[in-house]
Design a protein around this ligand. Structure first.
Ligand SMILES: *Cc1c(COP(=O)(O)O)cnc(C)c1O
Length: 428
């Protein structure tokens, strides 16, 4: 169904549904199958040489997953989407489709910890160098580019600092250097809060584990192709050139503006295998149907909680991108629908021990490393995600012993505030 004319709220429900399904099913079927019976040898041969679209094997495609991918592509306004088993695999498949041994990419200094490790260690071990910009200024990214640079990489809102960079300025650098601009838009919630394609991105990745699923019930990641990059500039022979894996087929000549996302599927998934399960794809589709409602409510609750914490005498500091004192306030206002996402950090007065008491006194907020869940999540980096770091590295990452990251869920804000009040009373 072509849903382009509809608004986000309508697309999140209707895109990907097949109105012609014979049994009249309102929902999307879950196809728990690994393989597909070919109707003839000739048909099978056409599928394998990519001259006809169709299902071969669930590592490459599955009807449930295809419906979900269609919905994601419609929400972002991309030419195609690819679903993967996790956000980390979406990033890996994207970068390895763009860069090979000897190439480099230039990335933001404000990255999710998992991404930072993939870039710094695993990609380096594959021979792909990741150059981290010295500052968030577009010039700092430009300064690191050379003839082997194959992408600029940023998060539309950094996890966990909530840094929002100058997306348009960075898109201009990518354009000038003639390389794709890749944006991790996990915090932008499937394009509802922020759609990087509106600001010059060429490729988007999104950890579907977070707001897309929205209920903490499955892992997933997506890649979305904006279809707006000219691959015929000589920099990407693996896309505009004879393909080694498909009898010299040229992805760009054959698939045009969708060349990148096709390559990610038929090379990336074929070779690395990080496909989602059809059941998880189904859960993501259900999650998407209420995404805008959930996220809007979560952002509203974030404002209430952040304002409550800011006034509390036992709080040292609140860092919320919706507040004017946050360094990314202006960019968030420009690029994010409500000027913020649903995450903030709070630094308590007191010690590591009193902060642990505060966390353990919570009855509603769950102590986990998670964001975008319908349960409010409270994370204590010093005792969890950042426990391995030295004191100096903690300082550089802005993590103090009393820092907490909060991702607002869907409970009533008054109940959360009353629970916080009770937890504060436990830490004298
Ligand atoms: C969680 C997260 C990821 C990784 O996604 P997984 O689904 O956990 O693999 C990547 N980027 C950002 C910004 C994230 O928050």
């Amino acid at each position: 169904m072509d849903t382009k004319k509809y608004r986000f709220e309508t697309r999140q429900i209707h895109a990907g549904l097949d109105p012609n399904i014979e049994n009249g099913s309102r929902g999307v079927g879950i196809y728990p199958t690994a393989a597909y019976r070919f109707r003839s040898c000739d048909y099978a041969a056409k599928l394998f040489e990519l001259s006809e679209p169709g299902n071969i094997y669930t590592r490459l495609q599955n009807p449930t997953t295809s419906a979900y991918e269609e919905r994601i592509a419609a929400l972002y306004g991309g030419v195609g989407a690819l679903a993967l088993a996790s956000g980390m695999s979406a990033i890996l498949i994207t970068i390895t489709a763009l860069a090979k041994q000897g190439d480099n990419i230039v990335a933001s200094p404000y990255l999710y910890g998992g991404t930072y490790n993939q870039f710094r260690i695993s990609l380096r071990n594959l021979g792909i160098e990741v150059r981290i910009a010295q500052s968030e200024e577009p010039e700092a990214f430009a300064a690191l580019c050379d003839e082997n640079t194959k992408a600029l990489y940023v998060e539309s809102m950094g996890n966990p600092t909530c840094a929002v960079l100058d997306l348009e300025g960075l898109a201009a650098v990518a354009k000038e250097k003639d390389i794709p601009f890749v944006v991790d838009n996990t915090f932008g919630a499937a394009g509802y809060l922020c759609n990087p394609f509106d600001w010059g991105a060429n490729i988007v990745v999104d950890s579907a584990t977070k707001w897309i699923n929205g209920h903490g019930t499955a892992m997933g990641g997506v890649i979305v192709d904006g279809g707006n990059y000219n691959w015929a500039n000589g920099k990407f022979p693996q896309i505009d050139g004879p393909s080694e894996g498909y009898h010299e087929l040229n992805f760009y000549e054959t698939f045009g503006s969708a060349a990148f996302i096709v390559k990610c599927r038929v090379d990336g998934l074929r070779d690395f295998g990080c496909c989602p399960s059809p059941f998880d794809a189904y859960l993501m589709m259900i999650g998407l149907e209420t995404l805008s409602l959930r996220v809007k409510q979560e952002v509203e609750t974030t404002w209430r909680l952040a304002e409550y914490c800011r006034k509390h005498p036992k709080v040292e500091r609140v860092s919320f991108v919706g507040f004017e004192d946050h360094p990314s306030y202006a960019n968030a206002k420009k690029y994010y629908r409500f000027g913020s996402s649903a995450v903030f950090t709070v630094e308590l007065k007191g010690t590591l021990e009193s902060t642990v008491r505060f966390v353990e006194a919570q009855q509603l907020a769950a102590h986990m490393t998670m964001i975008g869940d319908s349960i409010t999540v409270i994370t204590h980096p010093a005792s969890t995600t950042h426990k391995q770091l030295s004191e100096a590295d903690l300082k550089a990452a802005g993590v103090t012993p009393t820092l907490l990251r909060i991702s607002a869920g869907l409970e009533h804000a008054d109940d959360l505030i009353e629970d916080f009040e009770r937890a504060f009373a436990c830490v004298e």
